[in-house]
Design a protein around this ligand. Structure first.
Ligand code: C5P
Length: 301
């Protein structure tokens, strides 16, 4: 994530992420779950802009997007992670939080795509730069994990295996370019509710937890079709109990001869791994006839 100057303002792009593998390894204190997950950033971006100004102000901007639906949840600016991030950074660095912050949200919300977490990481980097407070990457990483489990991943940048609550980030190098279709039903799922449903399920004690090794090894060989067989998300069965869309989308992707398919994060977005950019565009077009919030063709970055 790099700030760039736009006129008198500074701007940063905050990518979405996809989980290509997610295993729940156990439980942690504070009601959290111990995870191992392979995440890749993808080319769906929120945009965050900072302009000098005495008082702190955040505006969530409307944006022109043919895929955005007015059924997306209305947004409470005060609860936005951007504000939380910049206030926390200002407190730590003992400065006044300042400036007008404009956020264009293009990443579907309640989707498992990490939009809010990515915005928070972008805000830490942008504030650190614009306020000239020179906090180290390590200091920002500590704040990131206080804000949310996925924030350290976005701060680190690039694909990674994340463990613990999600805050232990190990860079994953050598992944090939992949083409995806991300389908987001109108109904979102809250992370808390999916984990709560997972806890309710009888088969929650996982006898043989999987890991990312086989998936990573296949990806590094460029064997994406083989890798597709290793892509699984332990939370998917819990999400299927909360939304009929998971099953519907799984059946759809199974039939369209893609290389793999799974839910990302805690849903409700569902991902197909495609053979080519052309197939991704064609499949996204096909899904545009469905009653979804959005169907996007994208790739990892
Ligand atoms: O860390 P974050 O604020 O994104 O987590 C949101 C919720 O997701 C937590 O309150 C918890 O219910 C659930 N969660 C979890 N285990 C994790 C990450 C999140 O149970 N590793």
């Amino acid at each position: 994530m790099f700030p760039c100057k736009v006129g008198s303002a500074w701007e940063i792009l905050a990518p979405a992420k996809l989980n290509l593998h997610l295993e729940v390894k156990g439980t942690l204190s504070g009601g959290f779950h111990e995870l191992e997950t392979l995440m890749v950033p993808v080319r769906i971006f929120d945009q965050l802009r900072w302009k000098a100004g005495e008082s702190l102000k955040l505006r969530i901007r409307n944006f022109e997007s043919p895929t955005r639906s007015d059924r997306q949840p209305r947004y409470s600016v005060e609860n936005d992670l951007v504000l939380r991030a910049v206030r926390l950074l200002a407190k730590t660095a003992k400065v006044e939080p300042t400036g007008t912050w404009d956020l264009w949200k293009r990443i579907p919300m309640q989707a498992g795509l990490g939009g809010g977490s990515s915005d928070a990481a972008a805000a830490l980097v942008l504030a650190n730069h614009c306020w000239g407070i020179g906090q180290s990457h390590q200091q920002l990483a500590e704040l990131a994990s206080e804000i949310g489990s996925d924030v350290p991943f976005f701060l680190a940048g690039g694909p990674a295996i994340c463990r613990g609550r999600g805050e232990q980030v190990e860079h994953a190098s050598g992944l090939p370019k992949m083409h995806f279709v991300v389908a987001k039903p109108a109904l979102g799922l809250s992370t808390e509710s999916v984990f709560a449903e997972f806890d309710q399920m009888l088969d929650k004690r996982i006898k043989t937890p999987s890991n990312c090794n086989s998936l990573l090894e296949a990806l590094r060989r460029g064997a994406i079709a083989e890798a597709g067989q290793w892509m699984t998300n332990r939370l998917e069965s819990a999400a299927r109990r909360l939304s009929p869309w998971m099953e519907r989308l799984a059946v759809f992707f199974e039939r369209c001869r893609c290389l793999g398919h799974l839910m990302t994060g805690s849903g409700s977005a569902y991902v197909g791994v495609m053979r080519s950019a052309a197939q991704a565009r064609a499949v996204a077009r096909k899904l545009s006839g469905w009653d979804l919030e959005s169907a996007l063709a994208t790739s990892n970055c």
